[in-house]
Ligand binder design. Structure first.
Ligand SMILES: [Ca+2]
Ligand SMILES: [Ca+2]
Ligand SMILES: [Ca+2]
Length: 444
């Protein structure tokens, strides 16, 4: 986000729908009650408070604290939480638990936003365990609107960490421009890079939070990312992780939500953390509704969240995978990483192509669910073959005449260690073989 730049929405389109399509995320670990990606004493506190509460509402599963869904919070839920325990603890955090902002950690700005808004310190509040940044339509220092702006410049500038904040807006689809973001800082500003970990530009049209990686491309600000159509008025966590080998990977509710195909070299810097909100410059009109930007916490961990457990019965998740070819950026492992926002693709529209997974042992298999790329307008013709030795394969499912659009679910019975999905063609002749996820079900 850069407030002197217009036209981001046009670039969303020109950079291609592939980078923008949101089709869902992996299920997070159910014991990660506050969705920061880790199961630790924050979650234990959350569980304990609901365990002690009388009449904890069963309908909402006690806000998730009834982990096993049996209608009460008890020792069984504690047991599940304990089994998922993460040893990782935050290396920096602000839980916003006091009655004022911690100025050892944050700087509060009192300045114009470059247009018709003033970032006013009076709009920053810490209460009831949250940071709140208010926005108002009001005359102030010659401007007609006010918002708020804090950052960690020269106070805390992490590099190669997992940064996560739990955020909501006090109501949906308001006209605020509220962002949890970073820019490079090593004693002076380095821009780009910029990570927009949760950027919400309210108003007519696009209202979903976005996650964007900006980098310097030959002196030009360039970006890629994803828009996530979640209800921003409900609590979600939004995170990012990067290191010297990995360009920024974005997370939502503790699991990977977006892997922009930007360069590693664009993000080799420490960052300052920023929380800003103001009326949305591009859409504000007199009397437009202005939500409060609320932040429950900001936490920083050395490492990204561990992979969430595979759903019951899925035996293929995270196992070693192979393919006949791969399109850079749509890697082989993305077809069994649990995210419906990442996919494997072959490197051309030539057929056949195959994707194969090694389960590591022989399983009794029962079903294959495949989430195909562009399945709403494509039918892939394929067969599923199985093997115990990776040499002799037998056909378990034959869909080589398939002409129906959509994702597929095939039941079959086989005992095998290797599953190979061979795609022999596509209803769109220029379409590459590609799938978001292949879930193979079975048991030992
Ligand atoms: Ca947690
Ligand atoms: Ca329970
Ligand atoms: Ca995937």
């Amino acid at each position: 986000m850069k407030r002197s730049t217009f036209g981001k929405k046009f670039l969303w389109v020109s950079l291609g729908w592939a980078a923008l399509t949101w089709v869902g995320f992996a299920q997070p670990n159910p014991a990660d009650l506050d969705s920061d990606g880790f199961v630790n004493w924050f979650d234990l506190t959350f569980l304990a408070e609901r365990w002690l509460a009388a009449n904890c509402a069963a309908a909402s599963r006690c806000e998730g604290a009834d982990i096993d869904g049996n209608g009460q919070v008890d020792l069984a839920d504690f047991s599940i939480l304990a089994r998922s325990w993460s040893t990782e603890l935050p290396v920096w955090a602000d839980e916003f638990s006091g009655t004022s902002l911690d100025l050892q950690k944050w700087t509060v700005y009192n300045k114009a936003d470059g247009t018709d808004c003033w970032y006013a310190p009076k709009n920053i509040e810490v209460s009831n365990g949250c940071l709140k940044i208010y926005s108002f339509e009001e005359l102030y220092n010659g401007r007609r609107w006010t918002g708020g702006y804090i950052d960690t410049e020269s106070k805390y500038n992490p590099q190669y960490k997992y940064l996560v904040a739990r955020i909501r807006h006090s109501f949906e689809n308001s006209y605020i421009w509220a962002t949890w973001w970073t820019v490079g800082w090593n004693g002076s500003l380095i821009w780009p890079p910029e990570f927009d970990i949760c950027e919400f530009q309210g108003g007519p049209g696009e209202r979903t939070p976005g996650q964007w990686y900006h980098w310097d491309e030959n002196g030009k600000d360039t970006w890629l990312g994803c828009a996530a159509p979640v209800d921003e008025s409900r609590w979600h966590t939004y995170g990012v992780y990067w290191n010297e080998n990995t360009p920024p990977v974005f997370y939502m509710n503790g699991v990977v939500s977006c892997r922009p195909a930007g360069p590693v070299s664009g993000a080799l810097f420490p960052m300052k953390l920023k929380l800003t909100s103001s009326p949305n410059r591009q859409t504000r009109v007199s009397g437009c509704p202005l939500a409060v930007f609320e932040v429950d916490y900001v936490r920083v961990y050395d490492n990204p969240p561990p992979l969430p457990p595979a759903p019951p019965g899925v035996v293929s998740r995270y196992k070693p995978a192979f393919a006949s070819s791969v399109q850079p950026g749509n890697e082989i492992a993305y077809a069994n990483d649990g995210s419906l926002n990442t996919r494997w693709a072959a490197d051309s529209a030539s057929y056949p192509q195959w994707w194969k997974v090694d389960l590591g042992a022989v399983y009794s298999l029962s079903r294959a669910d495949i989430f195909w790329y562009n399945s709403a307008s494509r039918a892939y013709r394929y067969r599923i073959e199985v093997s115990t030795d990776d040499a002799v394969y037998t056909t378990a499912v034959n869909r080589t005449s398939n002409s129906t659009y959509g994702d597929t679910s095939d039941s079959f019975t086989a005992a095998a260690r290797y599953i190979r999905i061979t795609i022999i063609g596509c209803s769109n002749p220029s379409g590459f073989a590609s799938m978001y996820e292949a879930n193979i079900y079975g048991s030992k």
